[in-house]
Write a protein that binds this ligand. Structure first.
Ligand code: FAD
Ligand code: SIN
Length: 530
């Protein structure tokens, strides 16, 4: 489908928020009374990882716990490259932001002592609030969607896909978008990317269909700095069934004592880490991967630890199991590691600003530095919850302090070749997702990364007019493969079979721009920030 630049309908708003997960909804609410246009790729509340969150949100709410302890745990799993100031900010503000959710109407689970707090891997305290057992995301999103629908300052555009940022001279002015198969533009004084993660670039993922890195790719094309892209977290226990995405079996199951066993009944984590099933997520995921490479199948055994309480305590996982004729009170749950969370993303500062004027990012699409090379369980919703209001405040300050001229009118010449993300390119996307799981998955090496880059060249050559989905997946795959090739060490969510140890020379972030990539690919190198 081709569009003429002159026929594009355009509207104007104060702030364009791209993405309607926890980060986008919260940012939009906190922008009142500014006029906000909020884009949701699917129906509001669907196609967002936030709605699927199971385990919960971490915050030091127990009197015996403290933000300092939460900070220490966050840093301990982060592979030595978390931004300590950001981590202190997030862990400090956590309890207040949870209370905000309660004030908005979110109903968290309670026990006799008050808020019920569960424990997850690598947390030294019980500090994860949850709702209806493992249905935390659904409850939080239920309430935020209600509040957004009530808010007069927000215009929601559902089933609307942002295609590209409108950008000139290092300034973003809104975005082009596809609605009802029609290319349109929203001109905005400020634009916030809250498009979530990238799990869908892989063949095995827990993430919804929309999580294919659109925001990251759009920001990359607009010249934004991207940070720590090679760090991808694989959840150890996606349920190993033939559906895409793979349903998640929450880590809270292991927090409640579930074991990981192989088909012989061996509890293999006992050999691999002193914390066994509660070792950091990357270690558990790689142990499972190793078992699978050795020809084993891996399972969660919840029978003794959770047993008949399963349906009541974990209704979401129970329903997923039922869909596949698994009775977790009696059967083992087959599990496989699946792409779950992107630690890397659009580089942002402590107010969510990017290096491009008029552009902010928050939620999983952003890289604030909180997680470093590896994320502590349940710190992701917390990060979105803390940063969305910080971004909104900064955007409001920006809008009030500045004499702003009307945003530039759309220049759509570059969009004229856009192919909507319908069913086009499904086969080639499937092929690329499989290549990515193999070569930029849990374990990488130089030979595999170079194969992937060559395959990407071939796919690009054979698909000169890709769908928006394929175009974005190709960009994100190339960025991750190239940064993973450059990081000749292992750290957190980046594990190199050919460099299995951490190397102090790489104890730093990697910063890249798309322009570096095209330039440096010729020289077979990417610069890492010092
Ligand atoms: P999302 O919630 O993914 O929202 C992104 C939004 O952007 C969606 O509305 C999407 O449709 C939209 N979008 C994407 N592209 C476009 C586009 N081109 N145009 C318009 N809109 C677009 N973290 C925790 O802390 N605790 C948990 O218990 C937990 N459990 C999880 C369970 C599962 C199954 C998954 C997948 C993740 C889980 N996570 C958990 C991670 C966490 O849910 C996410 O990191 C977090 O929800 C991200 O929020 P977000 O608002 O940034 O993105
Ligand atoms: C889970 O419930 O295991 C997911 C938690 C998270 O991703 O933080």
């Amino acid at each position: 489908m081709a569009y003429s630049p002159n026929t594009i309908k355009s509207t104007t708003t104060d702030v364009l928020v791209i993405g309607a997960g926890l980060a986008g909804l919260m940012a939009a609410l906190r922008l009142a009374p500014k006029a906000v246009t909020l884009l949701s790729k699917g129906p509001l509340g669907e196609e967002a990882s936030s709605a699927w969150a199971q385990g919960g949100i971490s915050a030091a709410l127990d009197p015996a716990d403290s933000p300092v302890s939460h900070l220490a745990d966050t840093l301990a799993v982060a592979g030595g490259i978390a931004d300590e100031d950001i981590a202190a900010l997030v862990t400090d503000l956590g309890p207040e932001r949870i209370r905000d959710l309660i004030d908005l109407g979110v109903i968290f689970d309670h026990d006799e002592k008050g808020l019920s707090l569960s424990r997850e891997a690598a947390h030294s305290h019980r500090r994860v609030v949850h709702a209806n057992g493992d249905s935390t995301g659904r409850e939080v999103m239920r309430v935020l969607q209600l509040r957004v629908k009530e808010a007069v300052h927000i215009t929601v555009l559902e089933n609307t896909e942002a295609i590209d940022l409108l950008c000139q001279n290092n300034q973003v002015f809104g975005a082009t978008l596809l609605k009802d198969n029609e290319l349109q533009a929203v001109n905005a004084h400020a634009t916030i990317i809250a498009t979530g993660g990238i799990g869908q670039i892989y063949s095995a993922t827990t993430n919804p269909f929309a999580a294919c890195g659109d925001g990251l790719a759009m920001a990359a094309r607009a010249g934004t700095s991207l940070k720590d892209l090679e760090f991808v977290q694989f959840h150890p226990t996606a349920i190993d069934v033939e559906t895409t995405p793979r349903p998640l079996a929450t880590e809270a199951l292991r927090g409640d004592g579930a074991w990981l066993v192989n088909e012989t009944g061996k509890r293999f984590m006992l050999d691999d880490h002193p914390l066994a099933e509660l070792a950091p997520r990357d270690i558990v995921a790689r142990s499972i991967w190793k078992q699978i490479q050795q020809g084993h199948r891996c399972y969660l055994d919840c029978r003794a630890s959770i047993g008949d309480a399963f349906p009541q305590h974990f209704p979401t996982v129970y329903a997923h199991c039922e869909d596949h004729d698994i009775d977790p009170t009696k059967d083992l749950i087959p599990v496989v590691p699946a792409a779950h969370y992107h630690m890397g993303g659009i580089e942002t500062d402590n107010r969510g600003r990017t290096n491009v004027n008029g552009l902010w990012a928050c939620g999983e699409a952003a890289c604030t530095g909180l997680h470093g090379a590896n994320r502590l369980a349940s710190n992701s919703l917390l990060e979105a919850l803390v940063f969305a209001p910080l971004v909104s405040k900064d955007v409001c300050d920006f809008l009030s302090n500045k004499t702003i001229s009307a945003p530039a009118k759309v220049k759509a010449s570059e969009q004229s070749q856009i192919q909507p993300s319908v069913v086009k390119d499904q086969d080639v996307i499937g092929e690329l997702q499989t290549l990515n799981y193999r070569y930029i998955g849990l374990c990488r090496d130089e030979a595999g990364l170079k194969i992937l880059l060559k395959e990407l060249d071939r796919i690009e050559l054979n698909n000169p007019h890709p769908s928006t989905r394929l175009r974005n997946i190709m960009i994100v795959s190339r960025l991750i493969a190239t940064t993973a090739l450059e990081r000749k060490e292992s750290r957190g969510g980046h594990y190199r079979l050919d460099y299995p140890n951490s190397d102090p020379r790489y104890q730093r972030h990697s910063i890249v721009e798309l322009s570096h990539l095209t330039k440096d690919i010729v020289n077979d190198t990417i610069k890492l920030a010092s």
